[in-house]
Write a protein that binds this ligand. Sequence first.
Ligand SMILES: Cc1ncc(COP(=O)(O)O)c(C=O)c1O
Length: 402
Amino acid sequence: MAEITSTQSKHFLSDKVEHFTESVIREMTRQAMLYNAVNLAQGFPDFPAPVEIKQAAQEAVAADVNQYAITWGAKNLRNAIARQMGVWQGISVDPEKDITVCCGSTEAMISTLLAVCNTGDEVVIFEPFYENYGPDSVLSGAKPKFVKLRPPTEAPGEWTFDEKELRKAFHRHTKAIILNTPNNPTGKVFTRAELELIRDLCLEFDVLAITDEIYEHILYDCTEHISMASLDGMRDRTVTINGMSKTYSVTGWRVGWAVAPEKITNAIRKVHDFLTVGAPAPLQEAGAAALSLPPEYYTKLAEGYRTRRDRLVPALATAGFRCFQPRGAYYVMTDISAFGFADDVAFTKHLIKEVGVAAVPGSSFYRDPRDGARQVRFAFCKKPETLDEAARRLSKLTFRKA
Ligand SMILES: Cc1ncc(COP(=O)(O)O)c(C=O)c1O
């Protein structure tokens, strides 16, 4: 049989995929499995999901909710999302017209970008950024325009951005800004003043805000989550993206949603329908049950993550990492300068193979890998014993001369 050579097969590929690589985060999970390392790379919990929602999923399957749901989402789930957005953020949402339920917030984001972007549009993204946003922009034909979030110079401190740099990123080709608060990978929770500044730029330059609020309930140190859509003037120009993965510890269920004004929702629904038809029907019913959990559930969730943060961060600091204290989400970004490795990738490989702990190289969160060459991200959505085992292994980490 004739062999297909790389030059022959190249013309089968889209130019778009040339512009990005496979997910580094998911690659780190594969490496962790290969070397039996404690996986603090990918952000999935290693503890059970709430009993109530697992039961709701089982009941839905048993009741034969096993065929396609309405393409833009099961009515029960959309009603629950609309109700909770009112309760949590005071945002009024029409469940019939404003919501598209997708296969995770990942699909909600790409469906939104495909629905709103034309070739040549620009999308402003803060960096370091959740790695999907770069490829998402490329796939939708838009050009990402990155604005730096800078780490605190002293502890404790916050990641900040320069107002002038942000303003410079906005101009007549800017279609949207992607905002992620609470933020992965930095743990930053954007303040009201910062959001108002972004709001003012969106209004001045007629720009859409696409906000990924998937860590909405994971907050520490009395920080408050503010939805961009709740700010004056933003309801009609915001797409709010959220999902079940993080709040209910079910990253494998693939249920997320986009909430937007009717016209934008109609466009998102069209893209979503042809991309995936719909999210898993029984799990959407379980989603409605999840969104009906009492307020104590969310208090406990945040408190559980605070204790995990306060278990891992001191262990990392003792091992020699400089930690940027997260205020939300379940990651800690660290500075690895003290270890004297050539870069973050060399360090992460050493960490997986020789120490037995997997983390994500900082460069995967930046357009220019050099910007993240001194950073590594750890996820702490793990059982106490997993974090303790990681701490035990990290204590063996030794310093190297540069
Ligand atoms: C900021 C952010 N958005 C989206 C996702 C993916 O969410 P989902 O499982 O709903 O697709 C993640 C997962 O790590 C994330 O960190």
